[in-house]
Design a protein around this ligand. Sequence first.
Ligand code: SAH
Length: 366
Amino acid sequence: MVSEAGQPAYRARQILDAVYRQKVQAIEEISTLPEEFRARLACDGVQVGAARIEKTFVSLDGTVRYLIGFADGQSVETVWMPVGDGGEAGDGSEAGAVPERASGRSTICISSQVGCAVDCRFCLTALLGVKRNLTAGEIVGQVCAVLKHQEVTPPEDRINLVFMGMGEPFLNYENFMKAVRLLVQEVGIAERRLTVSTAGIVPRIHEFGNEAIRPKLAISLNASNDQLRTRLMPLNKKWNLEMLMAVARDFPLRTREWITFEYVLLGGVNDEVQNAKEVAELLRGLRCKVNLIALNPGPGIEFTTPSPERVAAFQNILRAAGVPAFIRRPRGRDIFAACGQLKRTIEVATLPEPQLQRIPPPPPEQ
Ligand code: SAH
């Protein structure tokens, strides 16, 4: 684009700096470029600042859910989780790391697709179906928009970034990986501060292991045997637990790196003693840890949230079996910002009071 316009090569760097570091919202704002070149870019239909904050919802716990809109009118959600929750127990930001103490960093949870094609029975995003993939620019654009709004500038301000919002990153693999490289190389977020979660797209997990620059890996396990997993996550018919565990065992972990397994606990469905024992058996010998998430409820979701005691009992069985297990504290449940609740719910703001009140309060902090 730059050389075609007869411009020197350093213009490309000026554009990258303006977009990813200064986070300009329009071509006209790139003051380092000559007027004529700016005009030409605009005429050619080149746009920057592809992601715009359309709405924000602020939770009592400080979590902010952003509705972010794109040029074609589609939108996704991006969640800001401020520091001060004790890291591990809260936002999953330590996913994939050697379990450690509170990180003291804020976390951004970003989306990779508009909606999602993976039909997990307990997740609100699944109800949308998939509308389209996000481009790499749109994935990074969410981060830039939120950083700018929060007045946070990496690398000086250190943050965690998790690909755990709407969509299945490994079904938009090329754009997701391109976004990863831009986030690390242009936005300045440390590679070890990125984590991606997948529902278990086995061939992509394999490919992902070979990437030179890559986030840490989290896998949504959510069930302890094939029968149950197929019921909860129909994609298990295609990539069953044997295939999933094989690719996890083969995964080339780096020094001090662990795989995280997420496990959404559904009352009376996958939270029995027997399930915990089966999980421990599945993960035996793997360098991993488990993040337990008590179901975050939502309209149209038929499951129930287990009591804190049941969640703790499940955790204890895993720990007794030698599997590090942590309970993730829900963030932003009151504004539908927690795991599995992202559904572009502008309607949430207008939900009738009683419905809001039926959402059970988060369990006490662990
Ligand atoms: N599609 C990817 C990325 C999304 S991560 C994946 O599935 O991993 C979102 C996480 O929230 C997943 O671990 C998922 O299992 C979990 N989740 C989905 N619905 C949930 C709900 N209702 N309550 C709690 N966690 C949920």
